[in-house]
Ligand binder design. Structure first.
Ligand code: FRU
Length: 588
């Protein structure tokens, strides 16, 4: 009875709730129409604003473009551009989800023929690649073609946090100065464009043309699948293959980052693909039809997180070919967050078998080298395996204190197999082209350090871009090292601990550290005891890459000093050590 009596009231109140929800939804759904008379719509972004979905309809045409962005609510931290040059004279309408009708952000969208911002902000690197503006993560599609090194990269043009994955694009002839090119691949109905590789199809196996550049990437939509796109104009424009995806998702959520090379011995393309916590190898005659060959990873290496961005490469060791499988992992790195491990072994055209080595072995024990892979199509008479990584860590990458751009790449490094005195390692060391960046050289006297010793004024007019080389001989010192310092008491410490057998970097006092709780922690690497350590350190505004014994050990770290560090302090906690052949180069 009671229930029946109350039914109309219940119905009425349900209706009212529904109406008020509708009303709220309406309030939260802004839209705007722009009659286009300029090259760009400038969108104000506030990093702390919630992310909203913006749907852009060009010329009343479908499909709409979907962009996720942090549209400013009160003030713009910075601006991003939406290119509308091709729509001059027509109308573009934009719907904004979860955005109030009178939102400050919508009202302040501007039309402009110019897009200007402070490119030279404090932590903009000088000789490392960074995106012109917006967010960047993994290097993608690295391929050498016709005199140019191509670098594609995970890119968000609509903000400085991870979102809207595109492939950004740049080229270089010397691996150190880069020219920005327009975005190469943009999201489509299969999803956004995640990491992948590019090859030159010398024999036209895919039928896109002889020497077509073919990009193989992950389409990340509802599921992750592998797609291809080709370019016949030196990578300037790409056409997506109409029958994508070429490898549909087999029911694995983490199924991504295809890296492809031509394997002469078995006359086929080989793809290594990250599949959850393993690497699956596929083979193909034509880049379009792929067959599963084998799976690697069970019970070996680090499994503290998802496996990503593999790369299988041959490297010569004393006249024999060894195969190296590079695998990035996040989290689960040796010092927290993301890092890149590798395996050394053999590959027979089907299966990769790892040699017995003390895995996990890490490409770089610093916290800021991730998702690195190698360039393809390097000419045979060069023959190098050239590697580049993303100089950040998923633990804090979205929050580092830069403004109009976020993240840089490491310096390009040559990979080699070496013996470190205990076992084989893959060494990584700046490519020889890096030496050409040196502008001036200053040589310091050899020194013996018993307590501490300061080399002040490392460089006149130090702009925070320099290189330091020296040989450190431990003698009877147990814990010793050196620090970069500035007049504000900030320091970045590099420590050799012969007692524990670790080399470490400490950045907890290096300047801005508290933008993310996990940033300040230091990083350790196992150190093989030797009589001398050759040290090379590259500093570029907010990054330091240190190489011990020509890359047998490499550590990359970000740091954000509030003043350039122009003092070098040597110290020992006990005993003495010497520093010899100290050279400081400014880098212009
Ligand atoms: C690695 C990664 C890849 C993925 C890409 C997405 O940093 O997570 O596995 O393809 O970033 O941006």
């Amino acid at each position: 009875m009671k229930t029946i009596n109350n039914l109309p009231i219940l119905f009425l109140s349900l209706l009212m709730v529904a109406c008020s929800q509708n009303k709220n939804q309406d309030d939260q759904q802004a839209s705007a129409v722009f009659k286009i008379n300029s090259n760009y719509l400038l969108l104000p972004i506030e990093d702390n604003a919630p992310e909203i979905k913006m749907q852009v309809t060009y010329n009343d045409e479908l499909p709409v473009e979907v962009i996720h962005l942090r549209l400013a609510r009160e003030q713009a931290d910075y601006w991003v551009k939406l290119e509308v040059t091709n729509y001059k004279g027509s109308e573009i309408s934009i719907d904004f989800e979860n955005t109030e009708k009178n939102s400050w952000g919508v009202k302040n969208i501007q039309q402009s023929d110019k897009f200007e911002f402070d490119y030279n902000e404090t932590y903009r690197p000088h000789f490392h690649f960074s995106p012109e503006y917006g967010w960047m993560n993994d290097p993608n599609g690295m391929v050498y073609f016709d005199g140019e090194y191509h670098l594609f990269y995970q890119y968000n043009p609509y903000g400085t946090k991870w979102q809207n994955m595109h492939w950004g694009h740049a080229v270089s002839t010397d691996l150190s100065s880069w020219t920005y090119l327009p975005v190469a691949l943009a999201p489509d109905s299969l999803g956004s464009i995640f990491s992948g590789s590019a090859v030159v199809d010398v024999n036209n196996t895919a039928g896109f043309g002889k020497n077509a550049m073919v990009a193989i990437y992950t389409s990340a939509g509802r599921v992750q699948s592998q797609s291809i796109a080709y370019s016949t104009d030196k990578g300037r424009t790409f056409t997506k293959y109409e029958a994508n995806p070429v490898i549909p998702n087999p029911g694995i959520p983490d199924f991504r980052d295809p890296k492809v090379f031509w394997h002469n011995e078995s006359s086929q393309w080989i793809m290594s693909l990250a599949t959850k916590q393993s690497i699956t190898l596929y083979g193909s005659p034509n880049l379009k039809n792929w067959t599963l060959l084998s799976e690697f990873g069970d019970g070996i290496g680090s499994h503290g997180g998802v496996w990503e961005c593999p790369d299988l490469i041959p490297l010569d060791y004393n006249g024999t070919t060894k195969w190296v499988l590079i695998v990035s992992i996040n989290p689960g790195g040796p010092n927290g967050g993301s890092a890149t491990q590798y395996f050394i072994g053999d590959f027979d055209g089907k299966t990769f078998k790892a040699d017995a080595l003390p895995y996990p072995l890490w490409m770089d024990y610093g916290r800021d080298n991730y998702a690195g892979v190698t360039w393809s199509n390097i000419p045979e008479n060069d023959g190098r395996k050239i590697f580049m990584g993303w100089m950040s860590n998923w633990d804090y990458a979205n929050n580092v204190p830069t403004k109009n751009f976020r993240s840089a790449m490491t310096i390009a490094r040559e990979l080699k197999i070496k013996h470190n005195g205990k076992h084989l390692v893959v060494s990584n060391y700046p490519v020889v082209e890096t030496n050409a960046l040196r502008a001036s050289e200053s040589v310091k006297n050899n020194i013996v350090v018993e307590n501490e010793l300061l080399v002040s004024n490392l460089l006149n007019n130090n702009k925070g871009t320099y290189e330091l080389e020296m040989s450190l001989k431990p003698q009877n010192a147990r814990v010793f090292g050196f620090m970069l310092q500035n007049s504000k008491g900030e320091e970045l410490e590099f420590r050799f601990d012969m007692t524990t057998g670790f080399f470490s970097i400490h950045r907890n006092k290096s300047g801005l550290v508290d933008f993310e709780g996990r940033f300040a922690a230091g990083m350790n690497a196992p150190l093989v005891k030797k009589d001398a350590y050759k040290v090379r350190l590259l500093v570029d505004k907010a990054s330091a890459e240190v190489f011990i014994n020509e890359g047998e050990l490499a550590l990359t770290t970000l740091f954000f000093p509030t003043e350039v560090m122009n003092t070098l302090k040597f110290y020992t906690h006990s005993g003495k050590f010497s520093a010899e052949n100290i050279k400081i180069y400014s880098i212009n």
